[in-house]
Write a protein that binds this ligand. Structure first.
Ligand code: DQA
Length: 144
């Protein structure tokens, strides 16, 4: 079983970026965390991060081609990228949208997700744990 963890723009700045919102742990910490959770459930977890919309779209397509479930944090693209929305809609593998912060407790522009409606589900505000919960959902519900 294969899962792609795809993180979008500015998530390479985790640990440095607005630590009051996102905490002090880094992207490497997050990737090590979710890979370890994958190992525990015999799931091959591959991690990707890009600040570029097209690259994120290519990885979503690639996940569809290899049949890998996707845990996706599209960062700010969540709120306005119809191209990423269409990429999610173009694959038949389940895509679970995750946000580290509670976007609903933040600025109004973060309350809307253009990607959530075409995703299998959405988990927000639970930090790294959200990625683990998404992995469990993909594994335990027989989604992949
Ligand atoms: C985020 C929330 C987005 O609004 C923001 O633009 C991010 C991170 C989160 O994980 O909480 O870059 O996706």
């Amino acid at each position: 079983k294969q899962v792609y963890v795809i993180n979008g723009p500015n998530l390479n700045r985790l640990g440095l970026r607005e630590p009051n919102v996102y905490g002090h742990e880094t992207l490497s910490d997050l990737e090590a965390f979710i890979k370890e959770k994958g190992k525990q459930t015999s799931c091959e977890v591959s991690c990707f991060q890009s600040n570029e919309e097209g690259q994120l779209i290519n990885w979503i397509h690639a996940a569809g081609d290899v049949g890998a479930g996707v845990i996706l944090n599209p960062g700010a693209f969540t709120h306005y990228s119809y191209a990423i929305r269409d990429a999610i809609a173009s694959v038949s593998v389940p895509v679970i949208e995750v946000h580290l912060s509670n976007v609903h407790a933040r600025e109004a522009f973060r309350h809307e997700s253009v990607t959530a409606a075409v995703s299998r589900g959405q988990i927000v505000g639970l930090g790294f744990k959200g990625y683990h919960l998404a992995l469990l959902a993909l594994m335990e519900e027989g989604e992949i």
